[in-house]
Design a protein around this ligand. Sequence first.
Ligand SMILES: *Cc1c(COP(=O)(O)O)cnc(C)c1O
Length: 378
Amino acid sequence: MIPFLDLKKINKPYEIAFQEKLKSVLENGWYVLGKEVETFEKAFAGYCESKYCIGVGNGLDALVLIFKGCVELRKLQKGDEVIVPANTYIATILAILQADLIPILVEPRLETYNINPELIQEKITSKTKAILAVHLYGQLAEMKAINAIAEKHNLIVVEDCAQSHGVNSKFKSDKKLQFSDTALSGVEELLQASAYSFYPGKNLGCLGDGGAITTNDPELAKVLFSLRNYGSEKKYHNECIGVNSRLDELQAGFLNLKLPHLDSDNEKRRAIAKRYLSEIKNNKIVLPFWDFSNNHVFHLFVIRTENREKLQEYLIQNNIQTVIHYPIPPHQQKAFSQWNKLSFPITEKIHKEVLSLPISPVLTASEVDYVIEILNQY
Ligand SMILES: *Cc1c(COP(=O)(O)O)cnc(C)c1O
């Protein structure tokens, strides 16, 4: 069986280093917010070309805390509207709700699965205060267009990078890629922050839960360092109503070992994607769009097909495991009964037709050969 994602194999090369790290943390006797977290925050900020990195408990908390931080700074208030893609993973939307803000769902482009900037304008009201862009499946959203809209309407831009570690590291420093020429002048005033998850299956994953926020804004960073730790910067002095959501010291230690390999891991994912894109030839299968730039880290390789259950069953018969990301769109979830009557045709089509093929840095060339062969015989 070719597993969808072999986490054991991904972490195997680090086994001895992980054990040494555990030993060193044990010997240190400092288990929460210690040297490993500090080292990782510096390294990850550097990697993302951001001024600040704040380690937190998981990806969902990273998003929630960004919004709570903006509320604390009075840049947002309860009931403000946040633009978000309708086809995102549920956590993106939960974060907006947990910060007492209102998600406004916008359809994606069918080709890229990312939010369609052309549809944002019509959803903007006097209450719109932020755009939450998601780089879904690992592909950079259309940030130049999104930032131009944010500039025009003075909106906060938050990025959900839980599936896109490494995609914007090089991109962040290139303002020409991010902003339209007319918007370039006002770039410094845009409030921006990005949320990351280090859940084991992500492109950079630890051995449990973990997350981080990156931002260039010193005021937001200061509030976030405090919010994640009971609203306290100085022990027993509480400036705001915070939470307990800290990146675990041991997990940070593991991440310090894995971060240096992230770029080469992403390169391996792209190499597999290139092969799938050029060698899968079957008119029953729609392959994902990619411009062959580094703006995609292929967290997932997502195809579409009309009779998905049939294809998935055929692949299982042939010992290839696939996963659906995701089977039910957020607006049709029971948890969001207030949206169940809404219609988002593109989002609904995506959720009906998508199927994710195996892709990871440890998938071998012969496994890729086999997946391609079986798909071409379908
Ligand atoms: C995984 C994920 C999250 C949540 O991250 P957790 O660490 O699991 O809380 C948020 N958004 C997206 C797009 C994700 O894929």
